[in-house]
Ligand binder design. Structure first.
Ligand code: A3P
Length: 301
């Protein structure tokens, strides 16, 4: 048998303890339920709602922080000490059982849901910010993340994790990275979606902040923009307990710094992946990514 066949045997099924299937997709077992997901079918949206949608490890918390700083003056000037997760809660992981219908407008939400899981009508009204990241960096970031989160299966062999990541439906989460990205990008023309990449945010954070302001119709003064940019840098977010998600200690295997903000760089995959592993990802993704409706500013390598 070839080495890939051997790996295929090893990567068969993720542990049931961590993921459950619902309507053909995989969800994290400890932080949501089929009943709650069903209740989203009748979730009432408002046309002022803003959503951040991402595949995990693509820069969600970063974008959450930027959006929160743009909208919430009390966050920007430090007069309110409210957790990022409470300012921009997760649609599908309502772990605190918050009543989203009681939130004042404009409501801000984050979601990892694939577009296909949501009623499409949902999105005709909304503003959505969809962030994509180089899949190799997503893979490496996700691998490290799965080691520290109790909600994720700890896979010590990177090859096995990589094969699960590349495999079709839900070996790691929901469905494959490619299907997630393709699903959202295929509706680029239908909905009001701002597509951003982690790489462009990293290259020019100020421009990304201005793009978001423009998209959500917020005009900030020069000083306010400076403040958002300053508070959204990796170094500043990492030490800001309101922005670094470290209050999620119940979901962490052990307490050490850098759970959600690990390295915050582009191209870290080069420190982790062998040439053969990188070629394997290219083999699975490169050809298919050519069909994506938009061109990413980053090259797969
Ligand atoms: P790394 O693991 O490569 O460091 P998500 O929020 O979707 O889970 O994504 C997590 C990734 O975004 C982590 O990547 C994290 O470090 C990175 N990240 C979070 N805030 C960032 C920031 N301000 N600047 C750069 N990267 C950031």
């Amino acid at each position: 048998t070839s080495s890939w066949e051997r790996y295929n045997k090893l990567t068969m099924e993720p542990s049931k303890e961590y993921l459950f299937t619902h309507k053909g997709f995989y969800f994290a077992a400890n932080i949501t339920t089929p009943e709650y997901l069903d209740s989203l079918e009748t979730f009432e949206i408002r046309d002022s709602d803003v959503f951040i949608a991402t595949y995990p490890k693509s820069g969600t918390v970063w974008t959450q922080n930027i959006l929160s700083l743009i909208f919430h003056e009390g966050h920007r000037n430090g007069t309110e000490n409210i957790d990022l997760m409470d300012r921009i809660p997760w649609l599908e992981y309502n772990t605190k059982h918050m009543d989203y219908s009681a939130f004042p407008s404009p409501r801000l939400f984050a979601t990892h849901l694939p577009l296909i899981c949501l009623r499409l009508v949902f999105f005709f009204f909304l503003q959505v910010i969809y962030v994509t990241r180089n899949p190799k960096d997503v893979l490496v970031s996700y691998f490290h993340f799965s080691k520290i989160m109790v909600t994720l299966e700890k896979v010590s062999d990177f090859n096995i994790f990589m094969e699960r990541f590349l495999a079709g439906k839900g070996k790691v989460s929901f469905l494959s990275w490619l299907d997630h990205v393709t699903g959202w990008h295929s509706h680029a023309e239908d909905f009001n979606i701002l597509f951003l990449t982690y790489e462009e945010m990293k290259k020019d954070l100020r421009s990304a902040v201005l793009k978001i302001c423009n998209f959500v119709g917020k005009t900030l003064s020069e000083k306010e923009v400076e403040s958002v940019v300053r508070q959204a840098t990796f170094e500043n977010m990492r030490k800001d307990p309101r922005a670094n998600y470290e209050n999620l200690s119940e979901f962490l295997r052990e307490k050490k710094p850098g759970y959600f903000l690990r390295k915050g760089t582009t191209g870290d995959w080069k420190n982790m992946m062998t040439v053969a592993q990188s070629e394997r990802v290219d083999e699975v993704l490169k050809e298919k990514m050519k069909n994506l409706p938009i061109k990413f500013i980053w090259d797969i390598n």
